[in-house]
Design a protein around this ligand. Structure first.
Ligand SMILES: [Zn+2]
Ligand SMILES: [Zn+2]
Length: 248
């Protein structure tokens, strides 16, 4: 194994999918150890509702454990967890995963999700990937959230679809983001009434997405599942991005 590793390094010099440095151990995966070490995990305390980090243990009472945004406007999902910060190395790794088609990265990224999401996944009946619009799905060839969801050890159900193509959320204010995705999702039209009753009604469902900024997309998805009868909807996200608003 080690000899093959060395042979590959010398002969083909495969490069890290994120930083493009020559890989020391190409058989260990397409991203180098330095990049994985650079991933910043979201550490407790975090908001029980959305999973975003809270400023400090001292400033919150145990009764609260919710961030200011969730106290002001509670999202439609009941609980949430976020694994990492969307910056530096992780941003490059997610980029390689989504846009360069490095689908084998779903496994190590899914491990980060499982670590952060143990509480959220506990007692879950199903995980539901946030769907892409069919056009986006066709262009990318896969839905990154489905690939992540498949690594979590809970049945994956495609209960939602995205009939409306919305503009990208990047650069929009929180209010615009909410309105942009408000009617973007629906329960999948291919589900029979019986399937809806067995898979949604009274069930605990965990939504899975790769990146969360304000949580508007997850909120819109949770609303649809709640309206369809889900008992509890939780949200599990790989990375949290800080909102950047472009001023035009
Ligand atoms: Zn690297
Ligand atoms: Zn929150």
């Amino acid at each position: 194994m080690r000899a093959l590793d060395a042979l590959l390094t010398v002969g083909l010099a495969p490069r890290c999918a994120a930083c493009h440095a020559v890989l020391d151990h190409p058989l260990h995966g397409s991203v180098c150890e330095t990049c994985w070490h650079g991933v910043r995990r979201v550490l407790p305390p975090s908001c029980r509702r959305c999973g975003q980090p809270l400023p400090s243990w001292r400033t919150i009472s145990l009764a609260v454990e919710r961030c200011a945004a969730c106290r002001r406007r509670p999202p439609a999902f009941d609980a949430g967890a976020v694994a990492c910060d969307y910056q530096g190395e992780l941003r490059a790794i997610i980029h390689a995963f989504k846009y360069d088609g490095r689908r084998s990265l779903a496994r190590p990224l899914g491990a980060l999700l499982r670590d952060a999401g143990a509480g959220v996944l506990d007692g879950a009946d199903a995980v539901v990937p946030v769907p892409l619009h069919p056009w986006r799905r066709l262009r990318r060839g896969f839905n990154q959230s489905s690939d992540l969801a498949r690594t979590l050890g809970v049945p994956v159900r495609h209960l939602l679809w995205r009939p409306h193509l919305t503009r990208p959320q990047a650069g929009l204010s929180p209010g615009f983001r909410r309105r942009n995705v408000q009617r973007a999702f629906a329960t999948a039209p291919w589900l029979s009434g019986a399937t809806r009753r067995t898979r949604i009604t009274g069930r605990v469902i965990v939504l899975v997405d790769d990146i969360m900024t304000t949580g508007a997309t997850l909120d819109a998805c949770a609303r649809v599942l709640k309206a369809a009868g889900a008992r509890e909807v939780r949200a599990l996200t790989l990375a949290r991005a800080v909102l950047a608003i472009r001023h035009r």
